[in-house]
Ligand binder design. Structure first.
Ligand code: ATP
Ligand code: MG
Length: 361
C-alpha cells in the first residue's frame, strides 16, 4: 500500500525589494527538499503579488478579500515589506502587521544562531557554540497603537503626543508559558525575562509579577529577570549564559536585531510569527527588511529566509527535515560560500545552489 504524500499548502508573499529574491531562494530550497523526500511530502505554492508595487498600481497593499484567501493555508512564507516611496505606516500596517494581528500570531520566535565560517563581531573562541532564541510578545505591549497626537490641542510649548503600551495578564502569561515550554525542548533549560520595570512602573511590573507566577509552574527551568539595558550588554558580553529570552514587543524587536548583528548579519536571522493554537496560519519570514540599497542586484543573503523555512518545517511537524535544512546552511557557510554582507563575494544564486547541493549530497 502506498500512502499519499503529505501536501503542505503554502501562501508565498515575497512583497518588496530583497523579499522577492530571498523568497524565490527559499522556495527553490524547499522544493529541492521535497523532491528528495522520496514522495513523503510535497509543497503546493500559491504566490500573492501584494506589497508596495501593488499599492502603487491599485492603492491597496493587499486585496480586500486577502485575509479570507489566506486563512486556509498551512502557512504563509513572507519576504519583506516596505519601500522608500510608500510611508511605513501604510506598507507595514497594510500587509504584514495586518496579517500578524488578524491571524493572532502572538508569539514571534527569533533564534540567534552563530554559523561556522561567519565572523561575528564578538570574535569569541567558541562563537559557533552560541545560540539562543528571542521570544517576542507580538500582539500588544508598546506596539498596541494606543495614544494620539495633539491631545488637548497645542499648548505654548507646541504639540504633545502620547504613546502608551498595553500589557494584559493573559497576553503576558501566554507568551511566558510559550517561552518556558520552548526552554524545556532545549539543552539549557533557562528563561531570561526582560523589562524596564525600574522605570516603567505599571505594565512592566505586571509583566514581572506574571513571570514570577508562571515560573513557579516550571521548577525545572532556571530563570532570571534582567533590565533591557543590562540585557543589551549581556548579549555582547555573556551570550553563553542565554537560552530563551522573553521580552515585550519593542524590547524583543531591538534585542533580536542586536542578536542577528552579533551573529554576523541581519541577513542571517530567521523568524516565525506563530498562532500557537493553530486556528489561523502562522507566518515565516526573515528578520530583515526589504533592503532597498541592495535590492534587485542578486546580492541578498538568502540564509535568513531559508532558516525561516526550517522553522516552518518544524511547525509542520517535520523536525528532521528542519535539521537537514539547518545542516545545509552550516555546510554552506563553513565552505565559505558567503554573500557580501558576511564578507564573501557569492551571489544569492550561488548560495542557493550551494544549499541545494548540500541537501542532496
Ligand atoms: P525594516 O524597517 O523593514 O526593518 P530596515 O530599514 O531596518 O528595514 P533592512 O531593509 O533590513 O532595514 O536593511 C538594513 C541593512 O541590512 C541594509 O544595509 C541592508 O542592505 C542589509 N540587509 C538586510 N537584509 C539583507 C540580506 N538579506 N542580505 C544582505 N544584506 C541585508
Ligand atoms: Mg528593522
Amino acid at each position: 500500500m502506498t500512502t499519499a504524500p503529505r501536501t503542505f499548502r503554502i501562501a508565498a508573499i515575497p512583497a518588496d525589494g530583497v523579499g522577492r529574491e530571498v523568497v524565490a531562494a527559499g522556495r527553490a530550497v524547499l522544493d529541492a527538499l521535497a523532491a528528495d523526500s522520496g514522495g513523503a511530502f510535497a509543497f503546493e505554492w500559491e504566490e500573492f503579488p501584494w506589497g508596495c508595487g501593488y499599492y502603487e498600481r491599485t492603492g491597496r497593499m493587499m486585496d480586500e478579500d486577502g485575509l479570507d484567501r489566506l486563512k486556509d493555508f498551512d502557512a504563509i512564507y513572507f519576504g519583506a515589506v516596505g519601500w522608500p516611496t510608500v510611508p511605513d505606516h501604510i506598507s507595514l500596517w497594510g500587509l504584514r502587521l495586518k496579517i500578524c494581528q488578524s491571524f493572532d500570531q502572538w508569539a514571534n520566535v527569533r533564534p540567534v544562531h552563530f554559523l561556522p565560517g561567519v565572523v561575528s563581531p564578538l570574535r569569541k573562541a567558541d562563537d559557533t557554540e552560541l545560540d539562543w532564541v528571542v521570544v517576542r510578545e507580538n500582539s500588544e505591549g508598546e506596539y498596541a497603537g494606543l495614544g494620539g497626537r495633539n491631545l488637548g490641542g497645542r499648548g505654548p510649548g507646541g504639540e504633545v503626543a502620547v504613546q502608551s503600551a498595553l500589557f494584559t495578564e493573559v497576553g503576558c502569561e501566554r507568551i511566558m508559558r510559550f517561552a518556558f515550554d520552548l526552554a524545556r525542548t532545549r539543552g539549557r533549560r533557562k528563561v531570561s525575562s526582560v523589562t524596564k520595570s525600574n522605570a516603567q512602573q505599571y505594565g512592566m511590573v505586571l509583566w514581572d509579577d506574571v513571570f514570577r507566577r508562571v515560573a513557579a509552574d516550571y521548577p525545572d527551568v532556571e530563570t532570571e529577570s534582567v533590565l533591557v539595558d543590562a540585557m543589551s550588554a549581556k548579549f555582547v558580553l555573556r551570550p553563553e549564559d542565554l537560552s530563551v529570552v522573553v521580552a515585550s514587543n519593542l524590547n524583543a524587536d531591538i534585542l533580536s536585531d542586536l542578536g542577528s548583528a552579533l551573529a554576523g548579519s541581519l541577513g542571517l536571522a530567521a523568524s516565525a510569527n506563530l498562532n500557537p493554537e493553530r486556528r489561523f496560519p502562522s507566518m515565516f519570514e526573515p528578520v530583515h527588511g526589504s533592503a532597498p540599497d541592495i535590492a534587485g542586484q542578486g546580492l541578498a543573503n538568502p540564509i535568513g529566509a531559508v532558516g525561516s523555512a526550517a522553522l516552518m518545517l518544524e511547525h509542520f511537524g517535520l523536525p528532521d527535515q528542519a535539521a537537514r535544512l539547518n545542516k545545509a546552511i552550516e555546510a554552506t557557510t563553513a565552505a565559505g560560500i558567503l554573500t557580501r554582507d558576511v564578507g564573501g563575494t557569492a551571489a544569492t544564486e550561488d548560495v542557493t545552489k550551494a544549499l541545494i547541493d548540500a541537501l542532496t549530497i
